[in-house]
Design a protein around this ligand. Structure first.
Ligand code: TRP
Length: 337
C-alpha cells in the first residue's frame, strides 16, 4: 500500500480503555477518520503500552475489542487504513529494545507523563512505565511514519521520538529514520464534563450523566444533553462572552466539534437565545452524530470473532511493512541474520 498520491504515512496509537466517550471521539477518533483519505494510515490499539500499569486480563481483552469497534463504527475503513493491536506485531518490541540502547536515562528522566503516572511511589513503578516513550518511538519508527496525530499531552513523547531517530542516525552514520512531524489536531476540542465545565469529560467520573458514552442510545444522549449543567443567561454573540462561563463554553464547544462549525458561526446563530433553545438543537445534533456510531458499535461487539478477524488482518498488513524495516535496522546495528 505505497500510495504515492497520499501526503505521507500516519501512525497513531490509542490506549485500550473501556467507557469510550464523546471526548475520545472529538479529541482523536474523528480526526483519524478524516486523515485516512489524505494519508496512508496505520492505527494501533496499544495493548503493550496498557500493561505498563496493572490490567485485568479479561478487561484488557474487552477494551481492546471495544476500541477497535469504536474506530470501525466511527468510520475507519479497514480496507484502506490499517487497524490492529500492537502485541500482534513483534517489530514493536524488538525495535523498542534496540531503542532502549539508544535513548539515554537523562532524556527519560525529563518525561513529565512518567512523573505524573508514577506519582509519589516512583520506586514501585514498572520499568515498562519508565520505558513507555521508547516503545512509542518504536511504534512510530517501525513504519517510518512521517506524521503523527497527537494531543498536547503526547508532544513531549514525540519530541523524544525525534531525538531517538536523530541519535540512531548519528550513531550508525545513516539517514535511515525520518523525523516524524506532529500533526496537531485542528479542533483542539477539549470536551468537559456535562456536570462541571471545569473538569475534563472522563470515563471514570462517578456520574454517568457527566459524559456521553459511545454506547449510549439516542434517548439517553438527548436526556444527558437536556440535563447538562448550563447557566441562566442567553448565549453571547461573540466568543469573548463565554470566557467566564465554563458550562456554556463546553456546550458550544461540543456543538462546534460535532458540526464542524466554528464557535463564532454558532454564536452568530444562537447569540441572544437561551439554553431552552440551544439544548434541543445540540441534543438533535449529538444524537444524529453519535447514535448511529453507538448502534454500529453494539452490533460489532455482538460478533467478537469478526473484530478479532479484522485485527488479525490488520496485524498481518502492519507486519508486512514493519518487518523489512526491522530487518534493515538489524543489518545496520550489526546483528548476524
Ligand atoms: N501514548 C499515546 C497516548 O496515550 C498512545 C500511543 C502509543 C501513541 N504509541 C503511539 C500515539 C504512537 C501516537 C503514536 O495517547
Amino acid at each position: 500500500m505505497s500510495d504515492t498520491n497520499k501526503k505521507g504515512r500516519i501512525f497513531s496509537g490509542v490506549q485500550p480503555t473501556g467507557n469510550l466517550h464523546l471526548g475520545n471521539y472529538l479529541g482523536a477518533i474523528k480526526n483519524w477518520v478524516a486523515y485516512q483519505n489524505e494519508f496512508e494510515s496505520i492505527f494501533c490499539v496499544v495493548d503493550l503500552h496498557a500493561i505498563t500499569v496493572p490490567q485485568d486480563p479479561a478487561a484488557l481483552r474487552q477494551s481492546t475489542r471495544e476500541v477497535a469497534a469504536s474506530l470501525i463504527a466511527s468510520g475507519i475503513d479497514v480496507e484502506q487504513a490499517i487497524l490492529f493491536n500492537q502485541s500482534q506485531v513483534s517489530s514493536h518490541t524488538e525495535l523498542a529494545w534496540i531503542f532502549n540502547c539508544v535513548a539515554r536515562l537523562g532524556w527519560l528522566n525529563r518525561m513529565t507523563q512518567f512523573k505524573e503516572k508514577a506519582g509519589k511511589n516512583r520506586e514501585n513503578a514498572t520499568v515498562g512505565l519508565y520505558g513507555y516513550p521508547v516503545l512509542m518511538a518504536a511504534d512510530i519508527l517501525a513504519y517510518k511514519a512521517t506524521h503523527v496525530p497527537v494531543g498536547d499531552d503526547q508532544k513531549q513523547h514525540l519530541e523524544l521520538t525525534r531525538d531517538i531517530a536523530t541519535a540512531f542516525n548519528s550513531m550508525f552514520e545513516t539517514d535511515f529514520f525520518p523525523l516524524p512531524e506532529p500533526q496537531i489536531q485542528e479542533t483542539a476540542a477539549r470536551v468537559m464534563s456535562l456536570r462541571d465545565g471545569s473538569a475534563k469529560m472522563s470515563k471514570s467520573a462517578e456520574s454517568d450523566m457527566s459524559r456521553i458514552n459511545l454506547t449510549d442510545d439516542a434517548d439517553l444522549i438527548a436526556q444527558k444533553i437536556k440535563k447538562a449543567k448550563s447557566d441562566a443567561d442567553v448565549l453571547p454573540s461573540e466568543s469573548a462572552g463565554l470566557s467566564e462561563r465554563p458550562e456554556a463554553r463546553n456546550l458550544v464547544g461540543i456543538y462546534a466539534g460535532l458540526s464542524g462549525q466554528s464557535e463564532a458561526a454558532i454564536l452568530q446563530e444562537f447569540g441572544g437565545q437561551g439554553f431552552g433553545a440551544f439544548k434541543p438543537a445540540l441534543a438533535e445534533l449529538a444524537t444524529a452524530v453519535i447514535a448511529p456510531i453507538s448502534e454500529e458499535m453494539r452490533r460489532l461487539l455482538g460478533d467478537i470473532g469478526e473484530i478479532d478477524n479484522q485485527l488479525a488482518k490488520g496485524a498481518a498488513r502492519a507486519d508486512a511493512i514493519a518487518r523489512p524495516i526491522l530487518d534493515e535496522v538489524k543489518e545496520i546495528v550489526g546483528f548476524v541474520r
